[in-house]
Design a protein around this ligand. Structure first.
Ligand code: SPQ
Length: 435
């Protein structure tokens, strides 16, 4: 198995960084640009493997998509003119691609089969296929359409009123996409608001959508028109370096052009509650997504509690927050995060097992983790479980470990952050990284 050795001697993180484009927003820009008729220009697109699978799927449906690095030009005939694909549509490792495509394809005029890699083929899809079935979707797959591969016959759907049983932007987005083509007005209620990129972008593309507190309404029979989309840097990627700067005294990192959508900035709240210094140097609230410049530095960290409404605002940051908590004075309690068990891997089990290997005092609970700090971490071999967030957590652990960290299967990081190790080296002073 491929292994990467990461080693630093007394590191400090210094400088400015612009992380790659937001993964969630990049997927949605390609999806809406392909649903809409006409031209869509995307700037700042994430050229990670997950988003490239989304592009490949729409190319198979007859949409013209040209990409030059992080610039993407889409020219679509509109979804009514899509072609039935000759082959299966492969979503790779990407839960967002699979779940959102189910909502889109259910109300299309074509027939298709959606597949994924080994990890994605174990992730639950019935959170999306069940509400879609109640809209009249024609969907068939293993375990009552819970597991990929799933075949979808496009039909005319009916609107529903849907109360979300879990806070999930993927479920919400899949139903919103289906609602675009349904007869009537679809309403979705969330107890806790999950990331709202789909709602913001639907407005930009001219959909008849209304957000009213925790409810979103979308009218069927929408015809969308292409537009330009600017993707800010991914705060979930920046979070790894924010946590690193917060763990290591003497560090100061300034993040430019980073997304500051309030449904995603839970990491900033946690950094502050743990005692890190976070300064928002600039915030731009333009059309679409808010973004800005943020500096993170530290004088030391303390434990905190993370639960309730905060969880959906930082769900993907919990692995790196767990590592950060090993360096904080006191106990950190993470609860209400049972969703971590159905990500690319069971992130509660995986984070706990890997951090224990290098000396962390951490225990798993049903819906979270309890971490007692501070702990001196040793080096060791950490498995990534093929999960990008686990692989990056291991890379950042090398900054605070007393000897080298060997990361198994580091290639999985490319799904969301292809240049992660280069950025880690660039930002780190007194470094000595071997690859
Ligand atoms: O796309 P995928 O594989 O599901 O990616 C992850 C990640 O860590 O990058 C989760 F594993 O992010 C999800 C996130 O957890 C992306 C997402 C979105 O773009 O809508 C929403 C969240 O998932 P969910 O299940 O809470 O809707």
């Amino acid at each position: 198995m491929e292994t990467k050795i990461v080693e630093f001697t007394k590191p400090v993180l210094q400088g400015d960084m612009a992380v790659p484009g937001d993964k969630s927003i990049s997927h949605r820009a390609v999806m809406l640009g392909s649903i809409a008729k006409g031209q869509t220009q995307i700037t700042g697109f994430l050229d990670g493997e997950d988003c490239l699978h989304t592009i490949d799927i729409f190319r198979q449906l007859g949409v013209s998509i040209e990409r030059d690095g992080t610039s993407v030009m889409i020219d679509s005939p509109g979804m009514q003119e899509w072609e039935t694909p000759a082959d299966n549509l492969y979503a790779g490792n990407s839960g967002t691609t699979a779940r959102l495509m189910l909502g889109i394809l259910a109300g299309s005029t074509i027939n298709s089969v959606l597949t994924g890699d080994e990890s994605l083929s174990k992730r639950p899809m019935n959170r999306v296929t069940l509400p879609l079935a109640s809209m009249g979707a024609s969907i068939a797959g293993d375990s009552d359409s819970n597991l990929l591969p799933i075949s979808i016959t496009g039909v005319t759907l009916s609107a529903i009123d849907y109360e979300m049983p879990v806070a999930s932007a993927q479920v919400k987005s899949a139903i919103l996409f289906a609602g675009l083509n349904a007869e009537g007005t679809t309403t979705i209620s969330e107890e806790t608001v999950s990331r709202d990129h789909t709602e913001r972008m639907l407005l930009q593309f001219g959909a008849k959508i209304r957000v009213d507190g925790n409810k979103v309404h979308v009218k069927g029979g929408n015809v969308l028109h292409g537009t330009d989309v600017i993707v800010p840097g991914d705060i979930s990627s920046a979070a790894f370096f924010m946590a690193a700067a917060a763990m290591i005294k003497g560090s100061s990192v300034t993040f430019t052009n980073v997304g500051l959508n309030p449904t995603r900035t839970g990491i900033i709240d946690v950094l502050e509650s743990m005692g890190a210094r976070v300064e928002i140097l600039e915030k731009v609230d333009g059309i679409g997504e808010p973004y800005g410049t943020v500096n993170v530095s530290t004088e030391g960290l303390r434990g905190t509690e993370i639960s309730g409404n905060l969880i959906p605002r930082l769900i993907d940051e919990l692995p790196i927050i767990a590592l950060m908590a090993t360096q904080a004075v006191g106990t950190t309690i993470i609860k209400d995060a049972g969703e971590l068990r159905v990500k690319e891997t069971d992130r509660i089990a995986a984070v706990t097992s890997e951090l224990k290997k290098i000396g962390a005092n951490i225990e798993a609970t049903d819906d979270g983790m309890i971490i007692h700090g501070p702990s001196k971490l040793s080096g060791g071999t950490l498995a990534s479980y093929g999960d990008h967030r686990l692989g990056m957590m291991a890379g950042i652990a090398a900054l605070v470990a007393s000897s080298p960290i060997h990361i198994e299967n580091p290639a999985c990081i490319a799904v969301s952050y292809p240049g992660f190790f280069d950025d880690l080296e660039k930002l780190t002073v007194s470094k000595n990284a071997k690859g």
